[in-house]
Write a protein that binds this ligand. Structure first.
Ligand code: ZN
Length: 153
């Protein structure tokens, strides 16, 4: 949860979010990210790529996938939650709330990437819509990054 967003909200909770909305939030979180990320994982498995960790808690920012050697952190970004410029839309009702929420997520993404780079990780972000349209192209990006990192070591 965003610290600055929490400051603006009473008791750090989204008290103004009606029950239907929080149900929507849960649904988006659940379907949006998990299935998208699964798509990437199964594509990696099909290619026989091994050695990655799933949501390693010890890595800052909790990337979705991490290759420890060479150090590559991969985030699968849901288009809605990460404010994708191509297809991310902001709901018309409660607009200010959603804008603050999504802006907070984006600031956190930038912060996490900085911390990871300082620790010697390369960061790869894959958007949900790219995975949906062309999972193979996304996997190629992963493979290319790994190859480049191995060569540059
Ligand atoms: Zn998108």
């Amino acid at each position: 949860m965003e610290r600055d967003l929490r400051k603006r909200l009473p008791k750090g909770r989204f008290l103004l979010v009606p029950p239907a909305r929080s149900k929507t939030m849960r649904a988006i979180r659940g379907s949006g990210n998990r299935t998208t990320e699964m798509r990437l994982r199964s594509a990696l498995v099909r290619l026989g790529l091994r050695g990655w960790l799933l949501h390693p808690q010890a890595v800052p920012g909790h990337p979705d996938l991490v290759f420890p050697r060479p150090k590559l952190a991969i985030f699968v970004d849901g288009c809605f939650w990460h404010g994708c410029p191509t297809c991310g839309h902001v709901p018309k009702t409660n607009r200010a709330f959603w804008e603050a929420k999504i802006a907070g997520n984006r600031r956190r993404d930038v912060r996490n990437a900085k911390v990871l780079r300082r620790r010697g990780y390369s960061v790869l972000r894959i958007r949900e819509h790219d995975l949906q349209r062309n999972a193979e192209a996304c996997v190629s990006r992963v493979v290319r990054s790994l190859r480049r990192l191995k060569l540059s070591r």
